[in-house]
Design a protein around this ligand. Structure first.
Ligand SMILES: [Zn+2]
Ligand SMILES: [Zn+2]
Length: 452
């Protein structure tokens, strides 16, 4: 077996791993780097262009795993693109949105290569998709031989899978992004127990220590209290969320809390891709029962769209809870717009519920003290921060200790680290070496073909 990490920048970046097992070449994920722009955001696909692949597997539909899939599929038109049933609905929707974003960026930043793919490519990709049920081993044939793939629910986000691949007695498991906790819309991960020859392990939270007593439940409670506080003082509350997953999680939480009186009666504003995905979640629930999300919660809350033409420094005409993407206040997104309107008024509050990359406007705002100035670059508008700004840990990723415990259980002979910053991987490497002295722990250098 060989593995090559095609994510040329390391870190979390543009996730894409090439597995060679027996005579087969299988690509796991084809993401786009969230912080890069233009062709620099792509994985290095040279190894899959030269020799091709027999199959492509998509673990889930976040863009750091999915964003470059149409290109990988296009260079390998005969390879099946294997993924869970919910992703057959979610992937095309996410990618259509990517095309629109790239078209806008082409105009804004003059990136000639954008869009990197077009709607015709999505139609071609759809013909390559092979939906696979969780927990069912499927056999794929190529070159007169076979390999088996089993998908397992990975929590994290709707459609997320861990991927078990077997050929000729060798077994490897890719965790993908994992969350063991149950969420409002999804059950927690049910990962295969092994034993494996190789386990490819995500390491996102390698640097995050969970303080005693701080759980998803206590963080949820703290968030709801903060929202009540903001509404009680007559302000509006912005909750920036990822459109896929976090948005629908929060819609369920808000509707329940409004219904049971935890939150006072208030207006809720939602918008954009996340709202559209909520409709898809409802369809997937009806078709597969794999997601617990009913679109009626939106109607029941009376959630409405944002008013057009919000003005920086001026409160929206209607007070309430703004549940909008992006989760990290990326420029020109609805959350960036709402933040610019709310930030100068001390009655308002912003509640981040997930990780913010330090280089994004959200990350910068979290480092800005109350009273200090914050610049909304895209509007050339700056204001002292008067609104409250808080962060709550409701991560979509498993705690590092849970992942180590899982790795131990699988008795994997070799563990390949992926999807983490260098320091996060270093923590996993050191910890796993201690608790699994018989196993080899590998942090692959990008583009090195590692023999396993
Ligand atoms: Zn993810
Ligand atoms: Zn990811």
């Amino acid at each position: 077996m060989y593995i090559t990490d095609l994510n040329k920048d390391g870190g979390i970046g543009a996730n894409s791993l090439l597995l060679e097992i027996g005579p087969f070449r299988i690509l796991i994920d084809a993401g786009m780097h969230p912080k890069q722009i233009g062709p620099a955001a792509l994985p290095n696909f040279r190894p899959i262009k030269q020799e091709g692949v027999d199959a492509i597997v998509l673990t889930h539909c976040h863009l750091d795993h999915l964003g470059a899939l149409p290109l990988a599929a296009k260079t390998n038109p005969n390879a099946p693109v294997i993924t869970s049933i919910p992703n057959l609905t979610l992937a095309p929707r996410m990618l259509r949105n990517s095309i629109n974003v790239m078209k806008r960026q082409r105009a804004e930043h003059g990136i000639q290569e954008y869009p990197l793919f077009v709607h015709r490519d999505l139609a071609a990709l759809s013909r390559q998709f092979e939906g696979q049920q969780y927990g069912r081993k499927e056999t794929y044939r190529s070159q007169g031989s076979t390999f088996d793939i089993t998908l397992h629910t990975a929590g994290h986000v709707a459609g997320a899978s861990a991927v078990e691949i077997e050929h000729d007695g060798e077994k490897i498991c890719f965790t993908g992004d994992v969350l063991f906790d149950q969420q409002n819309t999804l059950p927690g991960a049910q990962l295969p127990s092994g034993p494996f020859d190789v386990l490819v392990l995500e390491t996102t939270r390698g640097l995050t220590e969970r303080p005693q007593g701080k759980t998803r439940a206590t963080e949820t409670e703290r968030l709801l209290k903060k929202i009540v506080e903001i509404l009680d003082r007559g302000g509006s509350c912005l909750i920036p969320v990822f459109a896929l997953g976090r948005m629908q999680e929060m819609l369920k939480l808000l509707s329940k809390s409004l219904r049971d009186g935890t939150l006072p009666r208030s207006s809720v504003f939602v918008t954009g891709l996340g709202l559209d995905l909520a409709n898809h979640f409802d369809q997937i629930r009806q078709k597969t029962g794999l997601i617990d999300f009913d679109i009626e919660v939106i109607e029941e809350m009376g959630a409405g769209p944002l008013e057009p033409n919000l003005v920086p420094g001026r409160n929206p005409t209607k007070r309430g809870i703004y549940l909008v993407s992006s989760g990290m206040l990326v420029a020109h997104t609805p959350s960036y717009q709402v933040a610019a309107s709310l930030l100068s008024d001390s009655k308002n509050g912003i509640c981040f519920i997930g990780y913010c990359d330090p280089d994004t406007p959200g990350g910068t705002l979290l480092k800005t003290a109350n009273g200090e100035r914050f610049l909304f670059d895209a509007y050339d508008y700056s204001t002292p921060v008067h609104a409250s700004v808080d962060q709550f840990d409701m991560s979509g990723h498993a705690d590092r200790e849970e992942l180590v415990a899982y790795a131990v259980k699988t008795q994997a002979k070799k563990i390949v680290l992926t999807h983490g910053d260098p320091e996060a991987r270093a923590w996993f490497k050191e910890t796993l070496q201690k608790v699994m002295p018989e196993s080899e722990i590998i942090d692959p250098k990008p583009l090195d073909r590692i023999s396993l």
